[in-house]
Design a protein around this ligand. Structure first.
Ligand SMILES: Nc1ncnc2c1ncn2[C@@H]1O[C@H](COP(=O)(O)OP(=O)(O)OP(=O)(O)O)[C@@H](O)[C@H]1O
Ligand SMILES: O=P(O)(O)OC[C@H]1O[C@H](OP(=O)(O)OP(=O)(O)O)[C@H](O)[C@@H]1O
Ligand SMILES: [Mg+2]
Length: 282
């Protein structure tokens, strides 16, 4: 049975469970459940603190886990990411009060507050910056107002938390993060259970980002229409009862769907429909 670590709290928890549910797995009904067996799919889920997941996976006690790239790197665990999941996207950045520093080179002798000590200590060492790091569990934006640090390094999504604290980002992003699937570094890549799990999640990612598009067009416009809707492999083209017309079916990225429909219409295509994809295996 495949043993999978799932975040039990925080920004990763809800979207991770939603994705697993969409992939056909049983998910816990209430947040106090810490272990859940899904015998039909031959998997066992362990609901763990997001920060601990890479550590469990690197120990080999669990086969794979869902966590954030930033948490994986911060842990220093012997684990590697094998699939990006597209949620909990953020950047990890330094921030200060305006005028404190114009980049990390100015941080010499300063104190930097963060919940991600591993990432920050390594970044400072790589840049040869001699600054102190103070570890805080959260709400690090307030550390500057309270005089615990002159600089913070934290997760930034919309920037609202920084703005509210009167802070601004300094220097380039240290890294960009999102939810990822991790496994122990060098674990066998061909494990059939892991492969099946990854295919299911990839299916969810594709179903979320593509729509199925159907339309009718004149045969003489087919090549131009197919150029607009090349599909993944190649579109399905079927003859219509009316001679000189064909029906075309292709997957189209959801974000492009309206523009593609406009362009197809302008080309003379009609009865242009899009439908959601609920599940898929590529
Ligand atoms: N506002 C946010 N937007 C997007 N991703 C975020 C946000 N806050 C945290 N994350 C991501 O969530 C993961 C951190 O999860 P974790 O549960 O430790 O913290 P949290 O979501 O801040 O919850 P907590 O309330 O326990 O602090 C990291 O990968 C981080 O990049
Ligand atoms: O750029 P924003 O959209 O404002 O998002 C970033 C904020 O979200 C997270 O905080 P969270 O609410 O999880 O509190 P925490 O600092 O206690 O972790 C993160 O630590 C930042 O503070
Ligand atoms: Mg947080």
């Amino acid at each position: 049975m495949l043993r999978i670590a799932v975040p039990n709290k925080g920004s990763l928890s809800g979207p991770a469970s939603a994705m697993l549910h969409e992939a056909g797995y049983k998910q816990r009904k209430e947040s106090k459940e810490l272990v859940l067996v899904d015998p039909d799919n031959e998997v066992e889920f362990f609901y763990l603190r997001p920060r601990d997941i890479a550590i469990y996976v690197s120990s080999g006690k669990l086969d794979i886990g869902i966590t954030g790239r930033d948490l994986l790197l911060d842990s220093g665990a012997n684990a590697e990411e094998i699939l990006e999941l597209g949620f909990a996207r953020s950047t990890f950045r330094y921030a200060t009060r305006p005028g404190t520093a114009s980049g990390p080179a100015d941080f010499h002798g300063m104190t930097i507050a963060t919940s991600y000590e591993g990432i920050v200590a390594k970044h400072l060492a790589d840049q040869g910056i001699d600054a102190s790091v103070v570890h805080l569990d959260g709400a690090v934006e307030t550390a500057i107002q309270l005089g615990v640090a002159q600089v913070i390094a934290d997760v930034v999504e919309t920037g609202t938390s920084l703005r509210n604290a009167g802070l601004e980002v300094v220097g380039e992003p240290i890294l960009t993060s999102e939810a990822v699937v991790v496994r122990r570094t060098g674990a066998p890549a061909d494990d059939p259970g892991v492969q099946r799990f990854l295919r299911r999640l990839q299916g969810v990612l594709v179903a979320r980002s593509y729509v199925m598009m159907d339309y009718d067009c004149r045969a003489e416009h087919l090549e131009q229409a197919v150029a607009l809707t090349p599909g993944l492999e190649s579109p399905t083209v079927s003859p219509l009862h009316n001679e000189g017309w064909v029906a075309v079916r292709a997957m189209v990225p959801s974000k492009d769907a309206q523009r593609v429909m406009d362009d197809l219409y302008a080309l003379g295509a009609r009865a242009i429909l899009t439908t959601e994809i609920h599940a898929c295996r590529l």
